[in-house]
Design a binder for this molecule. Sequence first.
Ligand code: NDP
Length: 278
Amino acid sequence: MTQTIDGKRISQEIKDELKERVAALAGEGKEAALAVIQVGDDAASAVYVNNKKKACAYIGIKSVSYELPAETAEEELLALIAKLNGDGSVNGILVQLPLPAHINEDNVIRAIDPSKDVDGFHPENVGKLVIGEPGFVSCTPAGIVQLLKRSEIPIAGKRCVVVGRSNIVGKPMAILMLRENATVTVAHSKTEDLPQLCREADILIVAIGKPRFITADYVKEGAVVIDVGIHRDEKNRLCGDVDYEAVAPLTSAITPVPGGVGPMTIAMLMYNCVKTMS
Ligand code: NDP
């Protein structure tokens, strides 16, 4: 029987735990504020930013919004980040990506104080993840580990294939699975015979950004499949990087799209915000 990994339920569980923790910390006089910066009026970014603000309100964290025009100069954005870095009432700083083309994302990520980098993108936090020191971990991969653990899916000793090597999903995902004692292989666009490699996976994690790319041919009977992708198909329905209908019957557990990995990203962002309080 295939287990559907319910990201909506698990993310709600995490947010409820965090809400309790925030209330307890408030009792000790501790509070948190997240600064959310959006540059330009990209519709998808506006939805993400709004969802993040709603999640903050739900768990009891203050959010302060900075909505800057698309033509904002990089120096202006860096100056705002410097001001927030020095503001003791702000614990977390989040800059919604992507940024307009004239702004260098790397410069912006590096400008954020690593101790306020709740997205976990700063090189210092990435380095800490690699060497196993405490720091902020990129939210989507951290959420996937929670999905697996809270679904009681064993990781240690399992063969894990991560398809995709982006800095925000694939690479941190591979490091986290290694930290959980999986045996990890990372695949990418130059990997030879991807279907064969994927069929070796007990846990297959797919983050390639191509709708329904992973078909039954890529999946071993009984594997666990985690689908990070999110797209709208030709009929405007949401779908992932995995062809869910074809793949699900083969798996022991699989994340749906929507309702799988997606909701976990915000839950783990909230987790990182609460971490700044203690
Ligand atoms: P990127 O485009 O940054 O990276 C895609 C990766 O997939 C690259 O490493 C690329 O390889 C690899 N790739 C592309 N085509 C192939 C192929 N044919 N075979 C093997 N590997 C391939 O994407 P992201 O990591 O940012 O995102 C991946 C997906 O996850 C997207 O659909 C995105 O929307 C979604 N996403 C969802 C989130 C959520 O909260 N649910 C959060 C973040 C992302 P190479 O390096 O060689 O080019």
